[in-house]
Write a protein that binds this ligand. Structure first.
Ligand code: B12
Ligand code: SF4
Length: 493
């Protein structure tokens, strides 16, 4: 889980197969403090989204290096290789690009890092795709075919999202993920937090929504009981979310999504979510200190009210995976223990921690740079598990130690037990989920290698779905609930 597969420099040249495109999600080292399980929850849509726009006479294949199946395929050699690039795996993406280019493939790089650092990426690619791949990919392949590939292709995100083809999920290895149904209903977010990638210079992503009926049809077509919405913030437009819930409800399946905590402004909407199959939310709570949130320009309710809001989600059978950022300017050394205590007191089933990381070309990066607080530009370490800047009230080492400490505490037997649901009937599934998700990193390695992730997780998901349907009946029938619908799957993005 730490080292990428070796690319044999001596591999003999093989014939390039025309009209064959290989799409690669490069390897990245996994943080041993966090759960390896989150990496297998659901695949990124970066590649499948534009794979859906591949012309029919092209063969397209998907390769995710994180599934531990060895080096990516090369016989026959693809005519085009599309690689998605994030800053944490940019170095690996460049290695792959070099390897394929030296053997005759045309390499196209796209994704977030290409958008934020195009000059750095350009020497490694035959072409850069800046912006929306769905619009660019057919143009790029047409130019590959005609032998006139350009060095740079540009597209905005201003088109109507609903006109995009559905992601091509059929190219994904189903056995390797908990669910291959990564869904995306909306693009953009109404917030503009200074640390978020959405604030990257040059990225204009107006808020766009797909038709709720399109999303329900994609979910229905994929024959999986559970879907993960990978939207930045599915709750950004409440009226839209309500309509989406109405479209999802008849499917009788379950799903989780990232939302901001202000969805709880509208208890009726929380109820609609539960009735539509929402069993878990990933909530960017970020910090329990209001000053940190206003510095980051995050529009959010007061932190003193977070506990009540979390309780509301719990009462609707919705688990909460709280996402916290550590190292803001108002964080002192007590932030780790304070945050852990709060999470335990409020019985959050899961929590995810990130060391504050200034992504290049964001307002936070510019601020840190202007203040001379950046420690280096080694993007490998910009993975939210390392301190890459000088925090205000502690040393970088103390921040990293605190990060390790809080994960260890939250993944400890004692903490898992302290956070058990109040209703005894929900305790067993909660413990099953917690131990599989938080304390099984060695086991995950085996499951991934032997393509057993889906097989092992699927029965737990099915149990969750059935419990959820029972819970829903109570919610539909009256206010008297029939028991909690604790789920065994956790939204981990
Ligand atoms: C699913 C997901 C994951 C999954 C899978 C990740 C993976 N790489 O396999 C999991 C849970 C494992 C994960 C883990 C992490 N993630 Co993550 N993740 C996401 C999430 C929610 C969705 C990604 C997605 O599918 N987007 C939708 C697609 C369609 O958009 P897209 O990737 O931009 O692709 C479009 C274009 O960029 C372009 N394109 C992209 N690639 C290519 C390639 C070519 C050839 C072409 C032509 C076009 C093209 O076309 C696409 C269609 O328009 C995003 C947030 C988000 N909503 O995007 C965060 C996000 C990508 N993750 C992020 C982070 C920080 C992490 C972690 C470091 C967090 C952590 N501490 O664990 C880890 C590390 C993993 C890693 N190094 O990638 C950040 C990245 C920030 C940055 N500037 O790089 C994001 C943006 C979240 C955030 N708001 O901060 N993640
Ligand atoms: S609410 Fe979340 S997705 Fe929206 S801008 Fe802030 S961090 Fe980004």
């Amino acid at each position: 889980m730490i080292h990428p597969p070796v690319l044999d420099p001596m591999a003999p040249p093989v014939v390039v197969q025309p009209r064959y495109a290989l799409l690669i999600n490069p390897f990245y080292p996994k943080d041993p403090n966090a759960s390896f399980g989150k990496h297998l929850l659901t695949p990124t849509l970066a590649l499948t989204s534009f794979a859906g726009a591949t012309p029919p006479h092209w063969e397209v294949r998907y390769w995710d290096e994180n599934l531990l199946d060895g080096r990516p395929p090369f016989d026959p050699m693809p005519e085009a290789v599309g690689i998605t690039v994030h800053l944490t795996f940019a170095r690996r993406a460049f290695e792959l690009a070099r390897w394929y280019r030296s053997r005759g493939s045309k390499v196209i790089l796209g994704g977030l890092h290409v958008l934020s650092c195009p000059e750095e990426c350009a020497p490694h690619a035959d072409a850069l795709a800046l912006g929306d791949g769905v619009q660019l990919w057919p143009r790029i392949l047409a130019d590959v075919e005609a032998g006139c590939l350009k060095s740079k292709y540009l597209a905005t995100y201003e088109n109507q999202y609903r006109d995009d083809p559905a992601p091509r999920r059929s190219i994904l290895p189903r056995r390797s993920f908990l669910t291959t149904t990564s869904l995306i209903a909306t693009r953009g977010c109404h917030n503009r937090c200074g640390f978020c990638y959405l604030a990257t210079d040059g990225l204009r992503m107006p808020y766009r929504m797909r038709e709720p009926s399109q999303i329900a049809a994609e979910f229905a077509a994929n024959d999986q009981p559970y879907a993960v919405f990978i939207d930045n913030n599915l709750g950004s437009n409440r009226e839209y979310l309500r309509k989406l819930c109405h479209a999802l409800r008849p499917l009788k399946r379950i799903w989780s999504a990232a939302v901001t905590i202000d969805v709880t402004d509208d208890p009726g909407l929380v109820r609609e979510m539960a009735l539509a199959g929402c069993t878990g939310v990933f909530v960017g709570l970020e910090s329990l200190t209001d000053e940190n949130l206003s510095d980051a320009h995050k529009k959010t309710p007061k932190t003193a009210d977070y506990a009540r809001r979390v309780r509301m989600l719990h009462e609707h059978g919705i688990q909460v995976n709280g996402s916290f950022v550590l190292g803001f300017d108002h964080d002192r050394k007590d932030v780790f223990a304070r945050t852990a205590d709060w999470i335990e007191r409020n019985r959050l089933e899961c929590a995810t921690f990130h060391i504050l990381t200034p992504y290049p070309a964001t307002p936070l990066f510019r601020q840190m740079e202007a203040q001379g607080r950046l420690l280096h530009r080694n993007w490998d370490l910009y993975d939210t598990a390392h301190a890459v800047f000088r925090p205000r009230h502690m040393s970088p080492e103390e921040l990293e130690q605190g990060y390790e400490w809080i994960y260890q505490r939250l993944f400890s037997h004692a903490s898992i037990w302290r956070r058990r649901p109040e209703d005894w009937r929900a305790v067993a599934p909660y413990l099953a989920m917690s131990y599989l998700y938080k304390r099984s990193n060695r086991f995950w390695h085996l499951l991934i290698k032997h393509h057993m992730v889906h097989a092992v997780w699927r029965p737990l998901v099915e149990i969750t779905r059935l419990r959820h349907l029972r819970f829903r009946e109570g919610l539909e029938g009256s206010e008297a609930l029939s028991g909690p619908a604790v789920n065994v799957v956790t939204p981990g993005v």
